[in-house]
Design a protein around this ligand. Sequence first.
Ligand code: DGT
Ligand code: CA
Ligand code: CA
Ligand code: ZN
Length: 577
Amino acid sequence: MNREKMAEVLEKIALLLELKGENPFKVRAYRQGAEVVMSLEEDIVGLAKADQLKGIKGIGEALRDKLGELAKTGRLEFYENLIAEFPDTIFDLFDVQGLGPKKIKALYEALGVDSLEKLKRACEADEVAKLAGFGAKTQVKILEAIAANEKFADRFTLGEIKPMVENILDTLRQHPEVSRVSVAGSYRRAKETVGDLDFLVATRQGARVCEDFTTLPEVDAVIACGDTKASVRLKNGIHCDLRAVTSAEFPFALQYFSGSKEHNVAIRSLALKKGWSLNEYGLNPTDRATARPEVNEEEDIYSALGLQFIEPELRENRGEIEAAMENALPRLVELMNLRGTFHNHTTASDGRDTLEGMVEEAMELGLQYLGISDHSKSSVYANGLDEERLLQQVKAIRELEEKLGGFRIFAGSEVDILKDGSLDFGDEILAKLDYCVASVHSIFNLDEATMTERICRAMENEHVTMLGHVTGRLLLKRDAYVVDHARIIDCAAATGTIIELNCSPMRLDMDWRWWKRARDKGVLCSINPDAHSRGGLHHLGLGVRVARKGWLRREDVLNTRSVQEVEEFLKTPKGAR
Ligand code: DGT
Ligand code: CA
Ligand code: CA
Ligand code: ZN
């Protein structure tokens, strides 16, 4: 039993109780319990085993007993009885955008729909449209949502698989027969989503290492296992290849399997021009007159070709090879360059941790300053702050700062951009803040020109320090709203507005493909975790990887600056920065 499994059981109980039409308070208790299980700092499984959950906020008596049973026996009778009433596939229905428990219940009772498959067939047979409360429009929407799910089904977000990849790498490193280890592919290049994982090891015992790989605890099914390659499916559904090569082949295999394919094609043709054929095993002279370069590391391949080393994040054949030829690659920003960060939430709006908790975590991470920006009043769903509560929060921030002596907390707001591009707070309130993030949180369905206009108008406000999550995308869940990135970048440059790189694993926008352009126009980036809990602050590293993918250097990122520099920056009027 671990924390994730515990939370998953509670989450599923909440869904099934909702399906059964149980009391909403009861449902909410389970859902809240799942959140507490995930966010509690102490070892929740250990506490549950020892019957020491009493006094933990958000876990009542009924949940306490159930968590105890789960931790001690690995099972929960209540859950098993509940789940036996429904088929497993019913959970997939909750992933369909626009389908809530009420609708799922109606579909289940009237049409016996208990899987995506059956839902799709019922829509195609025009049965769903005839149900009370559905209609033809809803049916079309459901079919579209199913199609979207299918489109995204075989990819995973970089953030969600990161902990697992780190674990597997650790295990491989400890294998006694393995000398070198790396992950390659899109994961190494920091693509925002990855299709499958590509691991690489150097070993003389390929067969044994491949076999051991197939017995990792994360593995769900073995697809193939040979002397140089193993293929598995992990428990979360992602496919994973392991390639075992000799130490001499390792740099070539690493370069090849890191991709991208487009980068490799260009590199290979460059090699050919120099008289070498490059593949995953080596760099071989195409005629006897050409010498074979000595290669021990991946760097040596690039240097043999007359190139600067190209960081994996840049390998997309988007100008990095040309820049490397001219020794003109940027020195990319690194996690250790970050001194602080902006755009974080607290329990005042929809965060799970208090102001004090968030600050404590930031200090533990070694940051020198933290920006708080809770939601504004129009974001009712997120318990957004009105003017009065915001000013109270500013006061609480100043007091906490005083008490801490030395750690700087920037008081801000994540202010909603309203439909017409005006802001949720007036200028006199915004002027009292240290900074402000402006974001779109509603009315996503405007056409491109209107949405772009709306955002640009917000950026023209003197008090808007930065633009939050530019496209509102939720990776693999909700498409971005359409905006004219080029125009937004121009507007940011003209108004001196910073654009945020949102580190939430679900967002990671502004998209990396646009950052080089923004940077070249002089637009600053702020790497913002958009943290809704202490743990959320740890996503900064993910944001840095995406910033690197966007060619950003230390000087392009606001939060690499010192407290004094940031204070100076925020004091200067926007146009003069
Ligand atoms: P993914 O898995 O869809 O997120 O993307 P990748 O880039 O990880 O692609 P994958 O797993 O199919 O292959 C890993 C790397 O192997 C890829 O980035 C480049 C290299 N590779 C695969 N197929 C080819 C190919 O046909 N030609 C070349 N030059 N390289 C290839
Ligand atoms: Ca891959
Ligand atoms: Ca692959
Ligand atoms: Zn937001």
